[in-house]
Design a binder for this molecule. Structure first.
Ligand SMILES: [Zn+2]
Length: 119
């Protein structure tokens, strides 16, 4: 079974984000909800600079995004590669709310570790 390899799930509230995301760091996250104690992944994302701040920008945006999971990344490139893996592992745009493949920053030549979109 696909794994996010992230901590959580936690409630998507400002207080909870402050409590569990204690470092300012690049990272990855998933948004969704808990159903029968299973975290249902609806959206995957990343921040190249501050994953906690990015999570806060989602509070109140969509009612169905009630919980999140997250992980820190050692670099923006590592965050990008993990986001790609999460995106493909959880069904891409067919299953997730993500409407498009994860984007790399304009000034990089990073490649998706799973598909050939950037080859
Ligand atoms: Zn890909």
């Amino acid at each position: 079974m696909a794994s996010l390899d992230m901590k959580g799930p936690y409630e998507l509230t400002s207080q909870k984000i402050d409590e569990v995301v204690t470092r300012t760091s690049p990272g990855n996250y998933a948004l969704g909800h808990v159903s029968d104690s299973t975290f249902i992944v609806l959206y995957v994302g990343r921040s190249d600079t501050d994953v906690g701040n990015r999570l806060k920008s989602w509070i109140g945006k969509r009612d169905k995004y009630r919980h999140f999971k997250f992980s820190y990344a050692t670099s923006p490139k590592a965050a990008f590669e993990k986001e790609c893996k999460n995106y493909h592992d959880f069904g891409g745009s067919k299953k997730l709310d993500n409407t498009q493949h994860p984007e790399r920053p304009d000034d990089t030549n990073w490649k998706c570790p799973v598909c050939n979109i950037y080859d």
